[in-house]
Design a protein around this ligand. Structure first.
Ligand SMILES: *Cc1c(COP(=O)(O)O)cnc(C)c1O
Length: 465
């Protein structure tokens, strides 16, 4: 299987090259040259698979330049860090299914992909005898998942910038208590945008970037999407087995369009109608909801909500969907994104809107609705939703077709977002074991002024060469 760019500007490359490239060199995003489909015999075989076995079966369709034995070893290592034997268990609450994606080391769904990506990076770097220094800015959640993805790995150092004292105490502890020698936390005296701007400036310094083999782990990496396809199929198989239903819907709390795009790939992989629609739930940052309901994709200002990992206005994986919406027309995709980078706006006509609405339905869920959903769900089912998951549950309740099962993706453990949960139910959520021991543990963090040169100096002193 080879990978191409949504903008048509690269010759096809194998999986390992696609993982190392991240963003395509022509500015587009990488996608498999063809999308595989599973026939009914294959699906019957998959029915009895454990999560790691299913991951192996699905990855093989997309990764043909790593041997199956090695792939299985990478998968086994990636999911041995999860605390639940089923990795992503499915629970039923009332008339909804909840797919719990938060049993990884940092208690958020990003672990499912980043645990795997870390192991893939390590393998490729060993093979090519090279090194990588990962740099990223975080507003809280992605940073810890990335750190846990590569902690203790050979040939990789990671530098994560977070805004000093502006992430939640738990998020700060999750990052700074990882004291492996290859992990560097930089607390920047400023806000998230300052950190983001510094990282951008460093990546734009090409001599520096090349000298220190800088790498990124952002959500556009194809390996992250691929790893997330697995739990959609896993949930579909389980529900088919349990209820006999062969057609279901998923509700996905969405920011960067990464997780829900994995659902779109799963939908193509499965027989037609198996996933009827994907419910795209947004918080008050409603760019993607406007896209689905009105064909209006125009950037607005970001507002802060209680589901901060979805406080996003440019959905970095959106271009992948657009490429398919345009029938794999790379030239049209390229033109649109050039226009978008200048105007911040794309408009879709009625014909396209009809296709979009066959794939998705959508709702933007406001702050009151989010907290009310947490409260009501807790009262009715004695089950705590985190605010991101609550956005998805609310979206499911409003947009579901009604006659088929709906699976809501639970993207974070409620204890990670204690402030919002406390607001909703009047008491703090109980801390699960991985969060309980953090306070008082040894920690390491460098506090720096928001200055590109200071950060570059720090990296230069601690980078792997
Ligand atoms: C990142 C994140 C999301 C949004 O996922 P996207 O792939 O960016 O759409 C939702 N919930 C939580 C808890 C997250 O960390």
């Amino acid at each position: 299987m080879n990978y191409i760019s949504t903008r048509g500007g690269i010759s096809p490359i194998p999986f390992k090259d696609a993982v190392m490239m991240g963003l395509a060199t022509d500015g587009g995003l990488l996608l498999p040259e063809v999308l595989p489909r599973a026939d009914s015999k294959t699906l019957d075989r998959w029915q009895s698979c454990s999560f790691p076995q299913l991951a192996s079966e699905i990855f093989r369709l997309f990764i043909t330049d790593i041997s199956i034995d090695l792939l299985d070893e990478l998968i086994s290592r990636s999911y041995s860090t999860f605390s639940h034997p089923e990795i992503t268990p499915l629970v039923q609450k009332g008339d909804l299914f909840i797919l719990e994606l938060f049993h990884g080391p940092t208690l958020a769904f990003k672990d499912v992909a980043l645990q795997f990506l870390g192991n893939v990076f390590e393998h490729i770097l060993q093979e090519t005898r090279s090194t990588m220094n990962i740099i990223g800015a975080t507003s809280g959640d992605t940073g810890s998942a990335a750190i846990y993805g590569v902690r203790g790995k050979e040939r990789i150092n990671i530098f994560i910038l977070h805004p000093y004292k502006r992430v939640s105490p738990i998020q700060e502890l999750q990052m700074t208590t990882v004291v492996d020698p290859n992990v560097f936390n930089l607390a920047i005296k400023g806000n998230f945008d300052d950190g983001q701007a510094i990282v951008k400036a460093i990546f734009n310094d090409l001599p520096f970037k090349n000298r220190y083999h800088l790498g990124a782990v952002n959500s556009i990496n194809w390996a992250r999407i691929l790893a997330q396809v697995v739990y959609y199929i896993y949930a579909w198989l389980k529900i088919r087995n349990k209820t006999g239903a062969a057609s279901i819907e998923f509700s996905v709390p969405t920011g960067n369009f990464g997780d829900i795009f994995a659902g779109y790939i799963a939908r193509i992989l499965l027989p037609e109608g198996a996933i009827r629609k994907l419910i795209l739930a947004t918080n008050e940052n409603n760019l993607l909801t406007r896209f689905v309901t009105k064909g209006d994709y125009s950037v607005a200002k970001v507002v802060a909500t209680s589901s901060p990992s979805m406080d996003i206005q440019v959905a970095s994986n959106f271009e992948r969907y657009l490429y398919y919406l345009y029938g794999c027309d790379a030239e049209r995709t390229r033109q649109d994104f050039e226009q978008f980078s200048q105007t911040g706006k794309l408009v879709f006509d009625q014909d396209l809107l009809r296709t979009i609405q066959q794939d998705f339905s959508s709702k933007s869920v406001n702050e009151d609705e989010t907290l009310n959903t947490i409260r009501r769900f807790y009262e009715e089912h004695d089950y705590l939703l985190d605010p991101h998951t609550a956005v998805g549950v609310n979206g499911a309740q409003s947009c579901r077709s009604g006659d088929i099962p709906v699976v809501c993706l639970a993207t974070a453990h409620p204890a990670k977002f204690g402030t919002a949960v406390t607001k909703a139910i009047g008491r703090e959520p109980e801390l699960p074991p991985p969060l309980r021991g953090l306070q008082g543990r040894e920690s390491r963090c460098e506090i720096l002024d928001p200055d590109v040169r200071l950060v570059q100096n720090f990296i230069a002193h601690h980078a792997l060469l």
